[in-house]
Ligand binder design. Structure first.
Ligand code: SF4
Length: 103
């Protein structure tokens, strides 16, 4: 994850890299770390766009990423797709909050 702006904000920046490039049940511990990470979207998009084949990135194992790439072969930019999805989710959440406060 080194060499990217967002990577400096990743929860794993101080972790042992060997903890993220694990196999089997140890991947669940790595994925748990990603669950609370503020740059998870950027990290996952980077791994998908760069076709990174090893390690847990953005909460997904290499196997999970491969399956996702197979299901969505026409996606050209995962970064754009995931950032758009996040923006829409945030907009919906704000609208819901306003509606609940008004009622
Ligand atoms: S999502 Fe996971 S692998 Fe990516 S920067 Fe955050 S903690 Fe590290």
């Amino acid at each position: 994850m080194a060499g990217t702006d967002w990577s400096e904000r990743g929860l794993c920046r101080t972790a042992d890299p060997d903890d993220l490039f694990v196999e089997g049940a140890a991947q669940n511990r790595a994925k748990a770390l990603c669950g609370g990470c503020g740059v998870r979207t950027e990290c996952l998009a980077h791994a998908l766009d760069e076709r990174i084949e090893y390690g847990v990135w953005g909460g997904m194992t290499e196997r999970e990423r491969r399956a996702l790439l197979r299901r969505r072969p026409t996606v050209r930019s995962w970064r754009r797709l995931l950032e758009t999805a996040r923006s829409e989710h945030e907009r919906t959440a704000r609208a819901t909050t306003v509606t609940l406060k008004a009622s």
